[in-house]
Design a protein around this ligand. Structure first.
Ligand code: GDP
Length: 310
């Protein structure tokens, strides 16, 4: 039933979304009680292996775990690289776990369009921990950061480029960094990387929470350093709940969600009118030819839109 409502909520049909929103609104009192964790990292860093072990660690403590994978590439390829459930072999067989590749929005900026709604649905269904997984290459991370309580960045040790295509901005968003695959020959390098990143994070991060981002190492294959990440998150929760940040952050996130939705829906509405679409195309040409001021063009579009919709 949960999967069905999520599908309804991700539908592109207006009436489906209206119905889904009605359902979620009624469920609101049952939501908000989970711990929401964002996990990101480049493809191959070991996200699914880590989440598999981490999720198992939680279900062994009788927690119900939902994993939502946000895949920005799926809108282009129409297929989901994160959708493959076999990537989390143990967790996908666990009756206390729910794994769901989340369809990403087609709207610009709507990368994680309905993920927030999906989080609420999972909470209403009784999930205690919700993991939102993204491939840390840009776009979707900020959106995901704005819907989770704790943001975890997975990194490889010694993979050449220090930041491995992970944008500096993503490092700044992290509450913790886990150096993955800290086993075998890689272990020493991982420890070295841990020290380097811990140093870098100290310089980078001036978090409003007072929390100093932690760097740890882990081998998901050998199931080491996995339980420690949960301990870390518990410490973070304790600290931010005591200070009131946890609650105030969630409230702020809801307001950001509202403003983002407003922008996305406006954009959608604009694109729905053929007349507006034509004007946009015409203005784009004029802007390219430097015949029109971009901000003035935007203003004209809004004026036209108000006329069309009145
Ligand atoms: P994702 O693309 O980030 O989800 O990465 P995967 O979890 O699919 O892992 C990519 C590759 O790294 C796979 O071949 C895994 O077996 C391997 N891998 C993942 N975690 C570990 C680990 O802790 N140690 C080692 N040695 N290999 C790992």
């Amino acid at each position: 039933m949960l999967a069905q409502v999520i599908t309804l909520s991700e539908s592109q049909r207006e009436e489906d979304i209206v119905l889904a929103n009605q359902i979620i609104t009624e469920l609101l009192p049952q939501t908000g009680k989970s711990v929401r964790i964002g996990i990101t990292g480049v493809p191959g860093v070991g996200k699914s292996t880590f989440i598999d072990a981490f999720g198992k660690h939680l279900t062994e403590q009788s927690k119900k775990v939902a994993v939502l994978a946000v895949d920005p590439s799926s809108t282009k390829t129409k297929g989901s690289i994160l959708g493959d459930k076999t990537r989390m072999e143990n967790l996908s067989k666990d009756s206390n776990a729910f794994i769901r590749p989340s369809a990403t929005g087609t709207t610009l900026g709507g990368v994680a369009d309905r993920t927030h709604e999906t989080i609420l649905l999972c909470e209403a269904a009784g999930f205690d921990v919700i993991i939102v997984e993204t491939v840390g290459v840009g776009q979707s991370e900020t959106a995901v950061r704005n819907m989770v309580d704790f943001f975890l960045l997975l990194m490889l040790a010694g993979a050449g480029d220090e930041l491995q295509g992970i944008k500096k901005g993503i490092m700044e968003m992290a509450d913790a960094v886990v150096i993955t695959k800290a086993d075998g020959e890689n272990k020493k390098m991982a420890d070295q990387a841990r020290a380097n990143y811990q140093h870098a994070l100290h310089l980078l991060n001036t978090s409003a929470t007072g929390w100093v981002p932690k760097v740890t190492t882990s081998s998901a294959l050998e199931n080491r350093g996995v339980a420690e990440v949960w301990t870390l998150i518990e410490a973070y929760l304790e600290m931010t709940r005591a200070s009131g940040y946890f609650e105030s952050n969630r409230k702020e996130q809801d307001l950001i969600w509202f403003k983002d939705s407003l922008q996305n829906q406006l954009r959608k509405q604009l694109a729905q009118s053929e007349k507006i679409r034509n004007s946009i195309a015409r203005f784009e040409t004029q802007i390219e030819n430097r015949q029109m001021l971009p901000s003035a063009a935007a203003q004209k579009i809004i004026e036209e839109f108000l006329k069309v919709s009145s």
